[in-house]
Design a protein around this ligand. Sequence first.
Ligand SMILES: [Zn+2]
Length: 184
Amino acid sequence: MEKGDALLIVDVQNDFCPGGALAVLKGDEVVPVLNNWIQEASDRGVPVYASRDWHPPRHISFRERGGPWPPHCVQGTSGAAFHPELKLPREAQIISKAHKPDEDSYSAFGGTDLAERLRSAGVKRVWIGGLTQDYCVRETSLDALREGFEVHVIVEGTRAVNVDPKDGHRALEDVRAAGAVLEE
Ligand SMILES: [Zn+2]
């Protein structure tokens, strides 16, 4: 990582980790990996951004409203908090997404000012890791490419929510085909 880069940590929240409302198998294993990247970013003066799913109660993505998911990442709950061992720097910028009752976004760019924030910070290249490989990391990476950023996905720092490993692989192939670099 160097000047012009940013580190983007996607949705490393309790509800996506073991014990959470929408737990990802071994989701917490991304935490030490990403902590190393955070440390390196801090050492090199690279800005860190952390997105979070930030839903109101009765969000449109919840099953009670016909959505695909159990209630998760409800604003202000412990499930919506970042994993307690994730060592975000004090100056990390938090990106809250899907915070309106009737709008969902898997991508950290959807309905947020992330693209403007990155551009105004002079960012050209983003390093992306977090949860989940097959939804939010996938969509965030594709949007970052559409917004004109160079994208590197930190594969060791992601896990898929779907237990069929093909889904995670397919998601990674999609982002590679769209122009991202996979850091294996
Ligand atoms: Zn959600």
